[in-house]
Design a protein around this ligand. Structure first.
Ligand code: ZN
Length: 459
């Protein structure tokens, strides 16, 4: 579609709509309707363009956001190739596969959305301005009732935040809408309570979700044997069904709902932990990925070799990877929201094997030893000892950078590298993951408001 030699220019929504979309829409709708009525697609759709006739059954803004995402992906890829973009290499954009990707779409800069929207006011009461905290009006979708309150979103908008886009996605059997807002916010400062609490070391593990240097052990949320049993029962029932039958499809939906519930419980526990750490302390210290701890768990000894060593190691890795990476990611952005700082200590520092009292490093510490005991008389829970060491390892770091203006947490790009950017708001028009870390966003206003699909009204 692009002439060779002509430079690729980003195209605005208006220009794209008038140049490309408007002319096609009638043709596409006509073709789609005729195919739906049973006419031969090959006879109806004689055009040799790569588009399909039903592409305009969806909102035209979805096309625009798809193009913006593709544009950003290609730009990031080139920037990564030329070295202009730091961090891990960005690969070439890939096509999204319908079956293996999350169902979602983003609508950029809509004119009509939000909890106070009152566009197209008609005699119909439902199209009037929204005055409660339970409804949203989204461009192209109408008025929907939300499961969560929109109060924080309303307040942010009252403070002058601007809505940038909204993304609708499906997870399990639930629909979510997430609204991206941008506002000028002052650099967050740690509160007096945060300053008083000082530094906390966190040891993320498998046995407990986290051990804190305060001595607290945060229990792992195990969604429980009941959920596992329920899921196994549904899976068995699916296996007994006729493949592709209505009954099997219904069971697949039930399975998705059950698994989504478990995922929600896990994620709630992670968010609760990271928010408590980011708001309760001025400095949060964590360890880099615990590679050694993960691979040595099932090996056993020569006399008593462990069983299923490889599987166990892989499982441990999966457990740790997910939990650890996610907790670190959340701490990264939450500390920058709440005026605290995140410190990541070197993964090769012996945080588990060091005695916190005298500094002796043990040569060997078996995973079965749940209590750390030292010749100097120090006795402490193994994970708490490690968390205290992590906090202590971060202290020299504090001596250098310690009383910098809080809230100047380093900003990272989507590939995890530091970004030298102005601390205040950088607003770009593209809505993509890569541009987010640069933008000064407020705390999570109105994000992930769960929608009740069955009670959703379209106005
Ligand atoms: Zn000791």
């Amino acid at each position: 579609m692009e002439c060779p030699g002509e430079p690729v220019r980003p195209i605005g929504y208006q220009a794209y709509a008038t140049q490309y979309l408007t002319g096609m829409i009638a043709e596409h709708r006509d073709a789609a309707a005729r195919i739906t009525c049973g006419e031969d697609p090959a006879a109806v759709w004689t055009s040799d363009r790569s588009e399909v006739p039903w592409m305009h059954e969806i909102s035209r803004r979805v096309h625009v956001s798809g193009l913006q995402h593709a544009d950003a992906a290609v730009k990031n890829w080139f920037a990564s190739l030329t070295g202009a973009r730091k961090g891990r290499k960005v690969g070439a954009p890939r096509f999204r596969k319908k079956a293996s990707s999350r169902d979602s779409f983003t609508i950029p800069s809509p004119e009509a959305m939000g909890p106070r929207a009152s566009y197209h006011r008609t005699l119909d009461e439902r199209n009037g301005p929204i005055s409660d905290y339970r409804h949203l009006r989204l461009a192209g979708l109408g008025t929907l009732r939300t499961h969560d309150t929109t109060k924080r979103l309303v307040r942010a908008l009252d403070r002058g935040a601007a809505l940038r886009s909204f993304t609708v996605s499906r997870s399990g059997t639930r629909w979510y809408v997430s609204l991206l807002t941008a506002e000028h916010a002052p650099e967050p400062q740690p509160t007096r309570a945060q300053r008083a609490a000082g530094v906390v070391g966190v040891d993320v593990g498998v046995k407990v979700q986290a051990a804190l240097s305060t001595g607290e052990l945060v229990d792992n949320v195990r969604p429980g044997a009941r959920a596992t049993k329920r899921i196994t029962r549904i899976q068995r029932a699916i296996a007994r069904c006729e493949r592709g039958s209505r009954r099997q499809q219904a069971l697949y939906r039930r399975l998705a709902a059950a698994q989504h519930l478990v995922a929600l419980q896990r994620s709630t526990a992670q968010h609760a932990l990271t928010k408590r750490l980011a708001t309760g302390f001025e400095h949060v210290a964590i360890e880099d990925l615990n590679v050694a701890g993960m691979s040595s768990s099932a090996r056993g000894t020569l006399e008593q070799p462990g069983r299923n060593v490889r599987q166990k190691a892989g499982l441990n890795r999966a457990i740790l990877d997910v939990g650890f990476a996610e907790i670190r990611r959340q701490l990264d952005y939450k500390t920058s929201w709440y005026g605290s700082r995140l410190h990541v200590i070197d993964r090769y520092l012996p945080s588990s094997k060091t005695c916190h009292a005298c500094g002796t490093v043990k040569i060997k510490l078996s995973l079965r030893e749940r209590v750390f005991e030292c010749e100097c008389g120090w006795r402490e829970d193994r994970d708490v000892n490690a968390a205290k060491n992590i906090a202590a390892f971060a202290v020299p770091d504090l001596a250098v950078t310690g009383h910098l203006a809080a809230g100047r947490a380093e900003r990272r790009n989507g590939r995890g590298d530091r970004v030298a950017g102005p601390p205040l708001e950088v607003v770009s028009d593209t809505v993509d993951d890569a541009s987010r870390p640069l933008r000064r966003e407020g705390p999570p206003v109105g994000s992930n408001l769960g929608l009740f699909p069955h009670s959703a009204r379209t106005g």
